[in-house]
Design a protein around this ligand. Sequence first.
Ligand code: DGY
Length: 324
Amino acid sequence: MTLANRPTVLVARAVFPEVLDKLRQHFELKTNPTDEDWSASELAANLQGCAGALTTGSQRIDDNLLAACPQLKVVANMAVGYNNFDLSAMVRHGVVGTNTPDVLTETTADFGFALVLATARRLTESEHFLRAGQWKRWAYDLFAGSEVHGSTLGILGMGRIGQGIARRGAHGFGMRVIYHNRSRLDAATEAECKAEYVSKADLLARADHLVLVLPYTPANHHTIGAAELKQMKPTANLINIARGGIVDDAALAQALRERQIAGAGLDVFEGEPAVHPDLLTLDNVVLTPHIASATVGTRKAMAHLAADNLIAFFTQGQALTRVV
Ligand code: DGY
């Protein structure tokens, strides 16, 4: 690459200035000055003339977009999840897609565990009560929650992040860990995570805290709906740090309202950043704005890896963490 033939790359959302500086060493850069999520047509318009793009999970890369942007060769997602990619369309158009695995595993597992604790121990509900000036006296049952230590941790989706949560539960909190996954882990990994493979039905029936960490695909849309919620214990908590759409949020709100389950901790939502209005009215749910990977160090590592993917693709002909 010479200065004259540097590819143009679009950075579709704001990122760390140091990452923009790194990209400027290799590319002509176009950025999103407002950091608003562009509509599909705005994204296509901004991608004109671009050979690469750095995206987040909220820019959909599909057939229509790719047909409108024939110069596009590579899209680097600053996320481990890539359900915003239409993989078959990308294959058809010969566009490479990359994600940011590994760099966020432990941070995201920390947050999954934070939601287990916050939900079980009613952290946000009790803080709201205190801030509202309602705390008048100590009481034996004031915000009495459920145990975490020694209880049963269920994990649906036992990839790297699921394994990180399992290790925290088993080794840090003495929990029994059960999991369900498309494929069973090898014996050494199961032993390291102290995790027992069970059927989905067993997982739903036995977990005291059920954490969802599976990728979102059309096949697992509403993996947890009214029927699955009915199979859970009335004392159980559900944690979703995976993706909106894996849980039927309307059915969950109803189950929480009717105390079919005890509580939920949700970092992701169907149609986010919109949140199902019923969830906002309930006390027994902890709600956070898709921040499971949000530490400064991890977000920097994700942004650098996305940038490094673009640089490697254009300078070495091969991306680092390619998913399509
Ligand atoms: C991820 O990396 O997939 C996180 O959800 C951030 O989008």
